[in-house]
Design a protein around this ligand. Structure first.
Ligand code: F6R
Length: 606
């Protein structure tokens, strides 16, 4: 959440900061700002409510510099406004700070130390920059020491990545992080800082990861990392292969559509990375051994990734016969279940940075249990902190609503479950030709994404003006209904519920009235008849029913027909029309589908 960028040693600082922020806009987009220093006595602080384009308009031709910091905000403390936008500046005008995260004890710090300071914003961040200025002045501390002192006062519950500038040392960026992502990008004669490598891929592909608690001093020719005791740490950069063009929209009007269309490619890429030519799955034996030893799997995730976990339960139980529980990370954190004797934890996370999931992983590590993170982001925090990682190789997902990461996670769960089940001698797994099945899925996905006009039409007829909507299904179709509902509500703001179709009549059916859209997912042979009879119940009460049905179960009048695939993989196809319905409904209602209100891509606060 919130995007952070910084640069030192490059005369194009303004452009580099703004372009970087534009690429990070998906992490928060309610206000933005930059501070730049020209090193010849000139400095500029420009902030604006709204998007990066709004900020660009505020930046006059005179604004220039060779070092600077920038921020795009997802509000936590204080409404979205110019005053609350970052960078925040100390009352004496010396220090400038951008921050991602939340300072748990900001109110106490303010009361204890800053009663006499006049604040310009309602943010927790401003407390930090005012404190740095206070300690620098009153205790005559050097900037690094004042910064360290303030960090030592921030309580355990806090999360932060800080990027600080002192206009008395305008070439230097002071950096620190705790539970929030931040990377140093190494350039030729200049260096950059960013909360996500994609912000700076046009400047460098070499990044240094930071560890919580370190202080980093970045200058044009040097990066000095110090551990909390002040020891200098030597850490080599890692290389990010992603091409800068992969984070561009190309000919697409929106990232969400591009990413929906990329799903067949994601399936093929997973086959390429995890399945050898002879059809055998290639996954590290130590990971497989750890999972095989477990008596129960605990999948922990949030949002769409949690929904991918629900399908994962079907896959792991169906193919490996290992009991599997799926937990919402934010609930598990404070209300963990009774664990089995030999648990194994699977974290599903597109970004690898979700604070709720990180909190559970930290607890799992304290307990001493092994874990796997399935993520799209190499070197992300959850990837580094888990025992094992499997990557999705889906390419960057920029649209805030997750699409290809969801299907990628399910496909990778299928590959993993196949391998474990096969090694355990489970017949459902040995007969499951995962490469063949996922190839059939990829072809089926292609068929669906090639038929966009029908979804646009259904959205216009059924969803464009409705107040609310339901997705219903049973068993694995219920898993999809929940994800389909999340997709529709988050980008179109139509209040939508994903419901177990049999449960509808136990109360919720009271909400069905003339014209209420009810979209039924029907891919299970055992449950099809029952879901159809639930659609009859809502039809009788005036609902506008749309059926999304597997070809082998289709009947006259069904509106969307899905190509047939293996019964455990039907979510991979059933979700595609739902993603497209969400996409078109959002556009028809006049919204920015890539950046829905109130949301941000990587949710790094609790
Ligand atoms: C919805 C969406 C979110 C994320 C959730 C977890 O489209 O993207 O619900 O799935 O915030 O994020 P990750 O997967 O990055 O842990």
């Amino acid at each position: 959440m919130c995007g952070i960028v910084g640069i030192t040693g490059n005369k194009n600082a303004v452009d580099i900061l703004l372009n970087g922020l534009q690429r990070l806009e998906y992490r928060g987009y309610d206000s933005a700002g930059i501070y730049v220093n020209s090193q010849d006595g000139k400095e500029y602080l420009v902030k604006e409510k709204g998007r990066i384009d709004d900020l660009r308009e505020e930046i006059g031709a005179d604004v220039h510099g060779t070092s600077g910091i920038g921020h795009t905000r997802w509000a936590t403390h204080g409404v979205p406004s110019k005053e609350n936008a970052h960078p925040h500046v100390s009352a004496d005008g010396r220090f400038f700070l951008v921050h991602n995260g939340v300072i748990g004890n900001f109110a106490e710090l303010k009361t204890t130390y800053l009663q006499d300071v006049k604040f310009a914003s309602d943010t927790d961040t401003e407390v930090i920059v005012q404190l740095i200025a206070k300690f620098a002045k009153e205790e005559n501390l050097a900037t690094k020491e004042a910064f360290k002192k303030v960090i030592s006062l921030v309580d355990e519950s806090s999360s932060y990545s800080f990027l600080l500038m002192d206009n008395q040392e305008p070439e230097t960026l002071y950096v620190a992080k705790n539970k929030s992502p931040l990377l140093i990008g190494v350039g030729n004669g200049f260096n950059v800082v960013c909360s996500d490598a994609i912000a700076m891929l046009d400047q460098t592909h070499d990044f240094i990861e930071l560890v919580d608690g370190e202080i980093v001093i970045v200058k044009p020719q040097s990066v000095t990392i110090e551990d909390p005791q002040g020891n200098v740490i030597d850490r080599k950069p890692f290389h990010v292969d992603t091409d800068a063009s992969e984070v561009e929209k190309g000919a697409y009007p929106y990232y969400m559509l591009k990413e929906i269309d990329e799903q067949p490619t994601v399936m093929r890429s997973l086959i390429k990375h995890y399945i050898a030519d002879d059809g055998s799955v290639t996954i590290d034996d130590t990971l497989l051994d750890s999972i095989k030893k477990a008596d129960r799997l605990y999948i922990v995730a949030a949002g769409t990734s949690y929904h991918a976990g629900l399908v994962g339960k079907e896959l792991f139980e169906g193919l490996t016969k290992t009991p599997t529980e799926v937990h919402v990370a934010s609930e598990f954190g404070y209300n963990p279940p009774l664990l089995s004797k030999k648990p194994f934890f699977v974290f599903l996370t597109q970004s690898g940075e979700t604070a709720d999931s990180r909190q559970v992983l930290a607890q799992v590590n304290k307990w001493g249990y092994e874990s796997l993170t399935i993520t799209n982001v190499e070197n992300s925090t959850l990837s580094r902190e888990a025992t094992f990682t499997l990557l999705l190789y889906a390419g960057p997902e920029i649209a805030v609503a997750s699409t290809k990461a969801y299907t990628g996670q399910i496909a990778l769960e299928a590959i993993l479950a196949k391998k474990i089940g096969e090694e355990k001698g489970i017949s459902a797994a040995t007969s499951f030709d995962v490469a063949h099945e996922l190839t059939t899925v990829a072809n089926g996905m292609q068929e669906l994404v090639d038929e966009k006009s029908q979804y646009e039409q259904i959205a216009a007829n059924v969803l464009a003006t409705t107040r609310n909507a339901f997705y219903i299904g049973r068993a694995i179709d219920y898993d999809v209904a929940q994800e389909a509902a999340l997709k529709l509500k988050e980008v179109s703001y139509v209040q939508t519920e994903g419901f177990a179709s049999g449960e509808l009549k136990h109360g919720t059916i009271a909400l069905i009235e003339e014209g209420t859209p009810v979209i039924a997912i029907i891919t299970g042979a055992k449950t099809a008849k029952h879901t159809r009879s639930n659609t009859q119940e809502v039809l009788a009460r005036g609902a506008n029913v749309i059926n999304i049905v597997s070809r082998n179960l289709a009947e006259d009048g069904d509106q969307v027909i899905l190509p047939d695939v293996h019964s455990l993989l039907t979510p991979l196809l059933a979700i595609i029309p739902c993603q497209l319905l969400a996409y078109y409904t959002s556009l028809q209602r006049g919204y920015d589908v890539d950046k829905p209100r109130n949301l941000a891509k990587s949710v790094t606060v609790e």
